[in-house]
Write a protein that binds this ligand. Structure first.
Ligand SMILES: [Zn+2]
Length: 103
């Protein structure tokens, strides 16, 4: 493998740690880390503590996802078009919604 290809591959590996998130509703974009597990943990922690306030020191990218005013399902990875929490989560969330609508 030529050096140029190797470097490109390394670049892709590093890219995997962040994604270019885009909101399909308002068009806002931001580079974020892989925040899904952090968001799940935060949700649980805040539920336990009975608070709606994000803890001090919450990283900015998590705060952006959490406090974004649009539909959370509108937040996608711009590169792949998949949801920032993964397509598994997104399709689960859509199902829950459809069931609630049908109820
Ligand atoms: Zn938005």
């Amino acid at each position: 493998m030529r050096l140029r290809d190797r470097l490109r591959r390394l670049e892709q590996v590093a890219e995997g740690e962040t994604m270019h998130a885009r909101c399909q509703e308002c068009g806002e974009e931001r580079r974020i880390g892989d925040v899904f597990l952090d968001v799940v943990a935060l949700d649980w922690q805040m539920h336990q503590e009975g608070t709606d306030e994000l803890p001090l020191g919450t990283p900015e990218d998590i705060r952006w996802v959490w406090e974004h005013p649009c539909d959370v399902l509108a937040l996608v990875d711009k590169t792949t078009g998949e949801h920032v929490f993964g397509e598994g989560w997104a399709s689960g969330a859509r199902l829950v919604r459809e069931n609630q609508r049908g109820a």
